[in-house]
Write a new protein. Sequence first.
Length: 66
Amino acid sequence: MTNPSGNGSALEWFKSSYSTNDGPECVEVAFAPRTIHVRDSKHAQGPQLAFGPSQWAAFVSYATDH
């Protein structure tokens, strides 16, 4: 399996500070040199999204305003 970070190293995942161990909102984010990865921590082996830096910045800006 190819590593999604694209540089041969494993991604280091960080759980959202808004996530709880017993709640349904469990989001994790990992940063790679050219992409930001997002996954559901309850399904760590499942699908994940990948964003470029400008798309991630636009999403975070939008999310903090709403």
